[in-house]
Write a protein that binds this ligand. Structure first.
Ligand code: 5GP
Ligand code: ZN
Length: 114
């Protein structure tokens, strides 16, 4: 997707502070962190929202969750704890329409959903 900012990050056209990468996913620090640790994990292939996941694409979710665990260890929040968030569509607060998982941690997270 030529006009997608996360595809541009995958392609190296927009810089990022990379946290973790493998063949399937890329994880980088959020540009506007909401917590001491705030990482965004994306599939390298473009998919717009969580609603575009079907049985054929479910492997993308496996890959994202595996990366969540790796990021938690890299950021040393695996034992202390963290929150994962996937925003979907307008009322879910999705701004970037390339599926992503937020990983938030490094402080006690209160009821900040919504
Ligand atoms: P959403 O609201 O779509 O779930 O979250 C999009 C997230 O992407 C936001 O937290 C925003 O700060 C982050 N973001 C948007 N543009 C960029 C960018 O160019 N670089 C980085 N590192 N994060 C971005
Ligand atoms: Zn994209």
């Amino acid at each position: 997707m030529s006009d997608c900012i996360f595809c541009k990050i995958v392609q190296g056209e927009i810089p990022c502070k990379k946290v973790y990468e493998d063949d399937e996913v890329l994880a980088f620090d959020d540009i506007h962190p909401m917590a001491p640790v705030h990482v965004v994990i994306i599939p390298k292939s473009h998919i717009s929202t969580l609603m575009d996941i079907d049985n054929k694409k479910i492997k993308i979710i496996n890959n994202l969750i595996a990366a969540v665990q790796k990021v938690a260890v890299i950021k040393k929040i695996d034992a202390s704890g963290f929150r994962t968030v996937i925003n979907c569509n307008a009322e879910g607060g999705q701004v970037v329409f390339h599926l992503h998982v937020h990983v938030l941690g490094g402080r006690k997270l209160h009821d900040e959903l919504g």
